[in-house]
Ligand binder design. Structure first.
Ligand code: ADP
Length: 190
């Protein structure tokens, strides 16, 4: 099984590239951001709780996203592999993901990271905010909060995979195809 973690700050292009990777390697795409937004849309209790945190650019509690991933893994037992997008975002989540994959007799193949500088990220997210209808995409201060959460809580997740020799990074500025090609080389070298 190929189980990939696609990593990078908000606005790095994880969603765009996940769709292409999913297609090429025949994987199930699991985005915790998308899963949370569908809970909000469905008006569930979980969605209501998550919404206020997300609207402020803060992370939702680990147990919430871990629970969502757990049920998705159980729903997709026959999958060829998974691409995790926006998860794990804390070291706690990374440890939980190892436990969950082990329970399914598999493991994480590796992490591929997209590297994009903060200026470019802010520009991209504000641009996306014009059409995405996401409150967290429309305000510069909120975007900075998200980048801050990323620096503080999420960046250390890369070290977790580096320590296991499962980390590759790719420069995330250029054409979608160019970046995709670089990601594929990184994935194939894992
Ligand atoms: P982006 O990467 O562009 O910020 P996402 O759709 O991945 O967008 O996430 C949007 C928001 O959803 C995050 O700011 C956070 O509040 C919440 N979220 C998504 N994934 C996680 C996660 N793994 N752990 C905690 N919160 C999460």
């Amino acid at each position: 099984m190929l189980n990939l973690v696609l990593f990078g700050p908000p606005g790095a292009g994880k969603g765009t590239q996940s769709a292409k990777i999913k297609e090429k390697y025949n994987l199930v795409h699991l985005s915790t951001g998308d899963l949370l937004r569908s809970e909000i849309k469905a008006g569930t209790e979980l969605g209501l709780k998550a919404k206020s945190l997300m609207d402020q650019g803060q992370l939702v509690p680990d147990e919430v996203v871990i629970g969502m991933i757990d049920s998705k893994l159980k729903e997709n037992k026959a999958a060829n592999g998974f691409i995790f997008d926006g998860f794990p975002r804390t070291v706690e989540q990374a440890k939980a993901l190892d436990t969950l994959t082990e329970q399914n007799n598999t493991s994480i193949s590796g992490m591929v990271a997209l590297e994009v500088d903060e200026e470019e990220l802010t520009t991209r997210i504000l641009e996306r905010g014009k059409t995405s209808n996401r409150a967290d995409d429309q305000n510069e201060e909120l975007i900075r909060n998200r980048v801050q959460e990323y620096e503080n809580k999420t960046a250390p997740v890369a070290d977790y995979y580096k320590a296991q020799d499962k980390f590759k990074s790719v420069y995330g500025v250029g054409s979608i195809e160019e970046i995709f090609d670089k990601l594929c080389s990184a994935i194939d070298s894992l």
